[in-house]
Ligand binder design. Structure first.
Ligand code: TXA
Ligand code: MG
Length: 334
């Protein structure tokens, strides 16, 4: 990967750290628009940003983080107007936004079907987590990018969140096109995640906006650890197809549809969609949720999936598919 022209500091393996000057922010916006990953400061932690409307960019985020599974990501926008094009705002959501945005609060809301958001960004869910960060560099970058930006904390999976650009450089080497450096972050802890997608508000992740502050504004809510507030890593409400899912399929069964991987699909399936003809796990990840949805129709008896290799994003795909294929009493929803 070639460092963008004008980058001032090169740290680690080709990883590019640049002071967050206006010029660097313009360059970062352009990189995001072409599907590249950019790390940027927010008031909470550094984020690893990618175009939230492009499955390939979102798949690249998961690949860079080395996440063993697809957790839904927070989608960042510069203000409420942009947020309202992506999610359905009810009255409580408007109240929370009016009080705490811009700031360290992410709201989980029903996704606008026509929003054009990558299904992978919200891990196939019908909801989306939206955040309007207050950090001036994040604000400027989001306006420059001119599209919603999916950004998990900029650390590799299993490591602590990055609060300094050097942490990001250590973790990502050349997997990120540019790191906008604005020094250490202020809050140092990820945003509060508040689920307003159903009747009782639920605190999914405590953060800088406290439970007390939220309760004062929103009334009682399901606290962390209660049935409603699912810990994000084990989110039960991950999209599961209505049809049974069968893994590692090598032969067709009657009226089954197939998700194929690699150049050759076994014959006899009612319909075949290719996760990746070339056997590219990142391409397969980008296609996974959209294709599962397309095949989840009553005219089929089930969805079969060809074997997916357990490397790179393949492990996350298999994790997701194993859960989709598990007996249906498993998801401990509510
Ligand atoms: O402070 C932050 O929020 C940072 C900065 C970069 O903005 N971002 C961050 O993102 O912490 P991430 O991906 O590391 O955490 C996203 C959290 C996870 O706990 C995830 O499960 C939850 O938000 N989340 C995202 N979408 C969700 C959804 N649709 N429903 C429920 N939880 C969701
Ligand atoms: Mg994180």
């Amino acid at each position: 990967m070639r460092p963008p022209v004008g980058a001032t500091t090169v740290t680690g393996v080709n990883s590019v750290v640049s002071p967050a000057t206006p010029q660097a922010i313009v360059r970062a916006g352009a990189l995001l628009r072409t599907g590249r990953l950019v790390a940027f400061p927010t008031e909470t932690v550094y984020g690893l940003g990618g175009d939230a409307t492009t499955d390939r960019a979102v798949a690249a985020i998961f690949a860079a983080k080395g996440r063993p599974r697809f957790n839904p990501l927070i989608v960042h926008v510069p203000g409420l107007a942009e947020a309202e094009t992506l999610a359905v705002f009810n009255e409580p959501a408007r109240r929370a936004a009016a009080r705490f945005w811009p700031g360290p609060l992410s709201l989980v809301l029903p996704r606008q079907p026509a929003a054009g958001l990558s299904l992978l960004a919200s891990a196939g869910l019908d909801t989306v987590a939206i955040r309007v960060p207050a950090h001036p560099v994040a604000q400027a970058l989001l306006r420059e990018a001119d599209r919603p930006v999916a950004a998990p904390s900029a650390n590799r999976s299993g490591r602590v969140s990055a609060t300094e650009p050097a942490h990001v450089a250590e973790d990502f080497g050349d997997n990120v096109a540019l790191i906008l450096d604005d020094g250490p972050t202020l809050v140092g802890l990820e945003s509060t995640v508040l689920d307003l997608s159903s009747d009782t508000p639920a605190l999914l992740r405590p953060g800088a906006i406290t439970l007390e502050a939220l309760t004062e504004l929103m009334g009682p809510m399901a606290p962390p650890g209660s049935g409603r507030a699912r810990s994000p890593g084990m989110l039960a409400s991950h999209y599961a197809p209505r049809l049974p899912v069968r893994l590692a399929a090598t032969k067709a069964r009657p009226r089954e549809a197939l998700l194929a991987f690699g150049p050759d699909a076994p014959p006899g399936f009612a319909e075949v969609l290719w996760l990746s003809r070339s056997g590219d796990v990142a391409e397969a990840a980008a296609n996974l949720f959209a294709m599962l949805r397309r095949l989840d129709r009553p005219s089929f008896a089930g969805i079969a999936v060809m074997p997916i290799p357990e490397h790179g994003l393949g492990s996350a795909i298999n994790d997701r598919l194993r859960r989709a294929a598990a007996p249906r009493e498993i998801p401990p929803v509510e």
